[in-house]
Structures are given as structure tokens and as C-alpha cells.
Write a protein that binds this ligand. Structure first.
Ligand code: NAD
Length: 470
């Protein structure tokens, strides 16, 4: 490192330390505990989104190739919904929950009092750079914490916009955005936090958890994995709708670069050609069929990820299984929606998270065998099943484990504030959205108050055989 770079790094270190110390002081001052302060900050997040909507659309279009309607549905609209929901519910969330106590405690009262954790770190991912940073922020503010957001460096324009513009709306002494990549994230992880909320890969999740262990800091890990979609034989009356929901869920959210996007599908052998024909027709209608002129499809985030996805198809056995698509436009970083039928199960594409617009379809003799297939792999973040068979639905719920199960649709569980969003096993742990976000950034303090009105003497020594009778 040359002398000037060294000096810059030292200045950055000092700035980071000063920022963290300021946030600690702010939390200690008690100002973030005020419900009025929390509401003010939530309204400021809403104002930031509303006043900068057009700029955010442009940034998401240029950086990720997202159509503004997709950006509204998955990012801008999600943040507005969450902030409005928090504003509507916060008075109820912060109120202590009172309840009855067993007679043995008489006379006493009890309550569960939510309290803020303190200073929290939110590390974001690049595929939904606005919602995956601001949605957890809404939870952290609602719960009364001070916050550092570290957006992903892989969507640098969105990250810079957040760092430069968001603080002008918020209380800068309580909420900060720190830009940077792996080194900055690592530097941040050296500090003592009261909570780390991480969205990203399993590999980095392990690094975050190891760093958090040094201070016994609680973590929420929002990770990924391979999300399966089971597709049972469906009557013509619903097949078209089901196909639309699959195509939208697989390719319509950041071109498959989504943690809850379908990774692979399972279908009965005798139904595979019917399903594939319907998917092909739907893809053509939604996105077109000329790789140079595809519309409504996001781009791959960078050349590294583009090459990673292309390399999946370089295995000749995998390339031979392509039944639709398979073309690339390297200059625009676009990959055509691609369907593969029965690629080898030991191929990389069937063992790594795909995170892109490639969809392997695996056939089975009996669709109920999909349960065993799914259970042979790590627990997924989301499991989708298109079926009208109630017994099969019950078996799926009883015999598999996943962050969520959605029947007959895809992705919609993400926008439902009444459902917890999070993984299980290797897809992560902890949950957020709606009240779950508030809980994630709060500690539920148990409070019990006894009165002096009455004393149960047998609880105190000296012990005697008489007291043994109680
Ligand atoms: P990533 O793990 O590479 O990066 C995530 C964040 O970690 C970034 O902010 C990055 O700067 C930081 N980081 C990278 N290397 C680090 C290191 N060595 N030490 C500390 N921090 C480091 O993941 P990604 O490429 O941003 O996202 C893809 C993964 O995230 C996929 O597995 C996907 O399924 C998952 N994901 C999960 C969710 C969810 O809500 N569960 C949402 C989006 C993405």
C-alpha cells in the first residue's frame, strides 16, 4: 500500500470509529426510545422514497435492468408498504403486553416490555438494493435502535445514492449509511454490535456469525439456497394461470437473481411436455423470444455472475438438456430464459444455487417422490407447490422443512406482513417483516412485580417436615 492510500485507509478507519461512537452516544442519550422520534424517522423514510421515486427507478433500471413496474412491486412499493404498516401499528407494538399469573405468585402482576437492542448493523445484498436495506431499517427504527446500513458494493450506484441522499432525511446522529465492499464489511464486523442483520450468501453468513460470536452478538441471517417448485398434474382450467405464476416468479423478479426465486422444478414424467409447452408460450408472451430484443427482463448484475451462469451450461450433458433458450447477449449481460429437462443430478447446476434465469426441470415417476428429493437437500428458504391434492399438501407441510411454503403461487409470501420471512437450517435463521421485524430488533424484557401484601412462608428456610407438605 502506498503512503497516500495508507493515510486514506487510516482516515476511513477513524471516520468509522467516530461514526460508531456517535451512534453509541445517541443510543445512550435515550432519544431513539421516544415513539415520536421513531414515527418521525419512519415518515422520513417514506418521504425519501416518495421524493426520489423517479431517481430510484432510473438507478434500478440502469444498474439491474429492472422495469419501473418491477422496481415498484419489489422495492419502492415494498418499502412504502412496510413504513406505512409500521406507522399504523407502532403504538400497539411498543405497548407492554400484560397477562395473568398462576395463583402461586399472588399477589403480583406481570408484563412483557419490548426494549430496543441498541446499535445494530444491517448488511445488504445487491439484488434488491433498496428493499433489502430499507425494509430491515424500518424494523430497526420501529424498535428504537441506532443503525448502520452497509449496502452491497455490487450495486454501487444504488449504494452511493443511499449513502448520499438517505441521511439528509434521517437523524444523522442515529442512522448512518457506510459504503464499501468486503474490507469495509470486515472492518465493521470488528466492532461490538447489539444485533447484526445480514442478507447474503451462506459463505459470508458464516464469516458474519463467527465475528458476532466474539461479542455474543445476536444475528439474523437471511441466506439463500435452492428453492424447489413442485408441479403436480393440473387441469387445463388452471394450468395457464399456474404457468404465468411460475414464469413471473422465476424470471420476473431480477431475472431469477432472487433468494426466493424458483431454483428447480419437479414434475411427473408424463406431464413434463405439457408443462414445458405452457411455460414456453408464457415466456414468449412476457419477454419475447429474441435474446437481442428481450423486454421486461432484468440483466445479470455483472460479468462475473454472467460467466458463472454461462459455465453451468458448459458441461455438455447439461447443454444437451436445454429444451428452451440458452442464448446470451454478453454486451448487455442478458441471458435468455432457459429451461433444461433432466440435467444430470450430479452437475453443478443441480448442486449450487443458480441465482439466474436458468430453470432445470426434473421428472419423476410419481410427484409424491418430490418430498424425498427435497429432503435429500439442505432446507430451502422457500418451497412452492402447485397442486389441488389436499393430502399431498398435508404431506408437504408435515414431511418437509423450509422457510416458507406457498401453494399455487410464487414470491407473494414476501410482501405479506402477517407472515414471518426467513430461513431455516442452511437458508438462515431469524425472521422479519411487519411485527416480526419489530421483534427481531427488540428484546422482550420480562417484568414481574410482587406486592408485600402477603407472604408464603413455606418458601423460606428453616426447612421442616411440615413445610415439605406444600
Ligand atoms: P454476499 O454474501 O456475497 O454479499 C452480501 C453482503 O456481504 C454484501 O454487502 C457484501 O459487501 C458483504 N460481504 C461480502 N464478502 C464479505 C466478507 N468476506 N466479510 C463480510 N462481509 C462481506 O451475497 P450477495 O452476492 O450479495 O447475494 C447473493 C446471496 O444472498 C444468495 O445466496 C442469495 O440467495 C442470498 N440472498 C438472500 C436473501 C434473503 O432475503 N434471504 C435476499 C437476497 C439475497
Amino acid at each position: 500500500m502506498c503512503a497516500s492510500n495508507k493515510q486514506e485507509a487510516m482516515n476511513d478507519d477513524q471516520d468509522m470509529r467516530r461514526s460508531v461512537e456517535e451512534l453509541r452516544r445517541t443510543f445512550k442519550s435515550g432519544k431513539t426510545r421516544s415513539v415520536d422520534w421513531r414515527k418521525e424517522q419512519l415518515r422520513a423514510v417514506l418521504r425519501f422514497i416518495q421524493e426520489n421515486e423517479d431517481t430510484l427507478f432510473k438507478l434500478l433500471q440502469s444498474e439491474l435492468g429492472k422495469h419501473p413496474i418491477e422496481s415498484y412491486r419489489d422495492e419502492i412499493g415494498v418499502v412504502k408498504k412496510s413504513a406505512n404498516n409500521a406507522l399504523n401499528c407502532i403504538d400497539q407494538w411498543v405497548s407492554p403486553k400484560k397477562g395473568r399469573l398462576p395463583l402461586i405468585f399472588f399477589p403480583a402482576s406481570r408484563k412483557v416490555l419490548p426494549e430496543p437492542l441498541g446499535l445494530v448493523l444491517i448488511i445488504g445484498s445487491w439484488n434488491f438494493p433498496i428493499s433489502l436495506t430499507l425494509d430491515p431499517l424500518i424494523g430497526a427504527i420501529s424498535a428504537g435502535n441506532t443503525v448502520v446500513i452497509k449496502p452491497s458494493e455490487l450495486s454501487p450506484n444504488c449504494a452511493s445514492f443511499l449513502a448520499q441522499v438517505l441521511p439528509s432525511y434521517l437523524d444523522r446522529q442515529a442512522i448512518k449509511v457506510i459504503e464499501g465492499g468486503r474490507e469495509v464489511a470486515n472492518e465493521l464486523l470488528q466492532y461490538k454490535w447489539d444485533k447484526i442483520f445480514f442478507t447474503g450468501s451462506k459463505k459470508v453468513g458464516q464469516i458474519v456469525m463467527a465475528a458476532a460470536a466474539n461479542n455474543l452478538t445476536p444475528v439474523t441471517l437471511e441466506l439463500g439456497g435452492k428453492c424447489p417448485a413442485i408441479f403436480d398434474i393440473l387441469p387445463n382450467s388452471v394450468l395457464k394461470v399456474a404457468a404465468k405464476r411460475v414464469v413471473s416468479g422465476k424470471w420476473g423478479a431480477c431475472a431469477g437473481q432472487a433468494c426466493i426465486g424458483i431454483d428447480y422444478m419437479l414434475v411427473e414424467q408424463k406431464f413434463a411436455s405439457t408443462l414445458i409447452e405452457e411455460l414456453k408460450k408464457t415466456i414468449k408472451r412476457f419477454y419475447g423470444d429474441d435474446v437481442k430484443n428481450l423486454r421486461n427482463l432484468a440483466k445479470i448484475i455483472n460479468k462475473g455472475h454472467f460467466d458463472r451462469l454461462r459455465s453451468f451450461l458448459e458441461d455438455p450433458a447439461v447443454a444437451n438438456s436445454i429444451v428452451y433458450g440458452g442464448s446470451f447477449d454478453e454486451t448487455r449481460l442478458i441471458i435468455e430464459p432457459t429451461i433444461l429437462l433432466d440435467p444430470p443430478l450430479d452437475a453443478e447446476i443441480m448442486n449450487e444455487e443458480i441465482f439466474g434465469p436458468l430453470l432445470p426441470i426434473i421428472t419423476m415417476d410419481n410427484i409424491e417422490d418430490s418430498i424425498e428429493f427435497i429432503n435429500s437437500k439442505p432446507k430451502p428458504l422457500a418451497l412452492y407447490a402447485f397442486t389441488k391434492n389436499e393430502n399431498f399438501k398435508k404431506r408437504i407441510l408435515d414431511e418437509t422443512s423450509s422457510g416458507s411454503v406457498t401453494f399455487n403461487d410464487t414470491m407473494v409470501q414476501f410482501v405479506c406482513d402477517d407472515l414471518p420471512f426467513g430461513g431455516v437450517g442452511q437458508s438462515g435463521f431469524g425472521r422479519y417483516h411487519g411485527k416480526y421485524s419489530f421483534d427481531t430488533f427488540s428484546h422482550e424484557k420480562a417484568v414481574l412485580e410482587r406486592s408485600y401484601y402477603f407472604e408464603l412462608e413455606p418458601r423460606h428456610p428453616p426447612w421442616s417436615s411440615f413445610k415439605l407438605q406444600f
